[in-house]
Design a protein around this ligand. Sequence first.
Ligand code: PHE
Ligand code: NA
Length: 520
Amino acid sequence: MSEDRKNWGSKVGLVLAMAGNAVGLGNFWKYPYLLGKHGGGAFMVPYFAALLIIGIPLMMVEWNLGRYGGKYGHGTLGPMIYLQAREGISPKAAALMGALAGMMAFAVTILVNSYYNHVIGWTLGYAVLSITGGYMNAGDTGAFFASYIQNPGYIFIFWLLSVAFLAFAVMKGIQKGIEAWAKIMMPIIYLFGFILIIRTLTLGAPVKPDWNPIAGLNFIWTPRWSELSWTGALAAAGQIFFTLSLGMGIIANYASYLKPDDDIILSGITTVSLNEFAEVILGGTIAVPIAYTFLGTEGLKSGVGLSFIALPNIFKSMAGGQFFGALWFFILFFAGFTSAIAMYNYLVALLEEEMGIVRNKASFVVFALYFVVGLPVGLEPILTKTADLAYFTEIDNWVGTYLLVVLGLIEAIAAGWFMRGKAYDEMNKGSYWKVPSWFFKVFVQFLTPVSIIILLIFSTKDYINAGYFKLVPSFVESTPILIPWVQGARLVIIFIFIIGFIQAYSTIKRKYGQELATGK
Ligand code: PHE
Ligand code: NA
């Protein structure tokens, strides 16, 4: 056991850091466009089902996984999963399972952040452009966005500024870096969010004569059962993983800095609640009604560009638009920053704990790493003069969506099927509310893993139908110039997998080699 592991400074700080981890661009940028794309109210039904069946139980599982691993000095998934799995299966099999989990978390924290850091850069750029009035005269905000991402000046300056700021914050450590920034940025997000909601609901005739924010809210809150589709349901479940930061390794990493008897049930539930409030109430009430009312369902189809295309359209026509635009993009920036810092810290913890590199140096190494893996994301639109973001999309489809679900399954199985009763006892240690044992049996052991398996079967089918498995995926067939970018993304993913697997396996072997050799 490790005695000198760093800890969170206070309960409030911990909860804000965890909320900072979960509340991210997923809430304000991804959720609105998914909601728009998948029919509003038709999306909300599977969304809430997935929240209850997968989101909440898996959140408990990850906090438990992290706190347990932290007791042994681990902040990364490989050894964490090993420690839980070995309670039920042979050390060798547990090591394999741990290495696979470690590999996936490594891929997620490197690759998801490689494009996420860019989106954070865009939000910072757009915050500045809001203040300076940069897009106020743009005729077509869609074309403006395309020209933005093709402009090397904008892309490199704001991207590198953001990553440098992350490096600086992570260098300061858990309390003085991560916790301190979360305490500043998180309250601001909620505050700015409230101001924007009021502004959204009171936007009146001068901007658009038939403005009716209620129509936009109806679009979200009327369940249209007939429009429910498997694709929408899969997207909803995928969003639950993404938005709660599940299947990424970063909740477990933050939980590894808990003390062994710190409450995880109440804090875990609080994290979920703060995230869902930011997503469904703030994210839902600002972006979607605005886009829907002004531009109709067509306006909601701008995909990844929704926040950067539909909203600037409104900001440029309303009184005080520069100010409100800046509020919106600062919300996105702060939300993105306090999430990206978690992935950043995961990699720093890996270098610190598994390779003995001190935090300051590790922080530089990770900066360099993010520079290299993020380069193709930024270069694609600049070099191809397109705005399709094919490299980004390919990484997001596989690593940012599919892989999270697979990793979530491994975590649920390690806790529910291998560690079993011991995991249950462990969860309730130090908790104010006890998890009832039926909850553990019905959810953690049964409904959660089984529904993830069903989800995986259907998503795999969906991916096959959408042509994602083809050597030239369907979504780039018509734009040959993008094909090498997609195939390049695949090579990068495979390369990172190999390194991640070797790294995680050798860590487990180094620490627990004795057990692996003797089988006990
Ligand atoms: N939960 C985060 C979000 O909603 C997911 C995330 C965390 C993505 C860290 C990237 C980096 O945005
Ligand atoms: Na989120």
